[in-house]
Design a protein around this ligand. Structure first.
Ligand code: NAP
Length: 253
């Protein structure tokens, strides 16, 4: 029996990296998957890859109208959600003296505000007993230089999960945090200005992980599957780290 047979899932940021691997895995496990993101070509590619078990909804999740339209579409299709993954996010590394209000707002707008309303606005189409997964980061407990705003945004996500889990308990909706460590996705290509600098960043990112490698999106998708399925039926308000030891272990051993 497939782990998400006859379930309906919605994944924001589902056309790239971790979200895309999760969409593929959920569909393989029997779910129908709504893939939500902005870029049309990447959405089309993802749907072509998955086939009839997926549908694209083009939306900017920082826009409240777009979020309303996303859930209106689910309802218009006559579906309700069993699994919601609030995954869309961005990272920019800026040192404290160089952080400006635009950087702060850009990161919090997507990573916190949009994630918040992605969950809140889903409630009318979310089934009782559903599983909500909010994607945070191993950095939510770390103080790496250049990541003050990003780390705080992901700590906020970790916090939201606790309160959402409490408030949604009466509906048996479980809410959990999925915290990846450094994972090789297109987000990494945005972390440095030249291909050489990106390659150096990949090497650095692998080096700070105690397992001495970056994770694969499919490894994070496996964690998402656990939290999405009945395998995690006694877990709510908690955090699953898929990070090669990054949050809590020393890279030196
Ligand atoms: P990615 O490949 O760059 O994917 C980011 C996704 O977010 C894309 O699908 C993008 O699609 C979507 N997105 C961005 N802005 C959006 C918006 N305004 N509205 C709708 N969708 C939007 O990055 P990833 O590595 O898979 O990251 C996924 C999540 O994991 C993020 O929350 C990230 O912070 C977290 N994470 C990643 C790592 C890592 O090392 N990769 C580590 C820890 C945590 P469009 O551009 O088409 O909208």
């Amino acid at each position: 029996m497939k782990k998400l047979q006859n379930k309906v899932a919605l994944i924001t940021g589902g056309n790239s990296g971790i979200g895309r691997a999760t969409a593929r895995r959920f569909a393989d496990e029997g779910a129908f998957v709504y893939v939500v993101a902005r870029r049309e070509a990447e959405l089309a590619e993802t749907i072509a890859e998955i086939g009839a078990r997926a549908a694209a909804i083009q939306a900017d999740v920082t826009r409240m109208d777009d979020l309303d339209a996303v859930y209106a579409r689910v309802a218009a299709d006559g579906r309700r959600l069993d699994v919601l993954v609030a995954n869309a996010g961005r990272v920019e590394r800026v040192m404290l003296p160089d952080v400006d209000a635009d950087h702060f707002d850009r990161i919090f707008d997507l990573n916190v505000r949009a994630a918040y309303f992605t969950v809140q606005k889903s409630l009318p189409v979310l089934n009782d007993g559903a599983s909500v997964i909010m994607v945070s980061s191993s950095l939510n407990v770390r103080g790496d230089a250049g990541a003050s705003v990003y780390n705080a945004s992901k700590a906020a996500v970790r916090s939201l999960v606790r309160t959402f889990a409490t408030e949604l308990m009466p509906r048996n909706i479980r809410v959990n945090t999925l915290s990846p460590g450094p994972v090789d996705t297109p987000i990494i290509d945005t972390q440095a200005p030249t291909p050489e600098a990106v390659a150096a960043f990949r090497e650095y990112a692998a080096g700070v992980v105690p397992m001495k490698r970056m994770g694969r999106p499919e490894e994070v998708a496996a964690g998402a599957l656990f939290l999405a399925s009945d395998e995690s039926s006694f877990s709510t308000g908690t955090e699953l780290r898929v990070d090669g030891g990054h949050a809590e272990l020393s890279p030196e051993g």
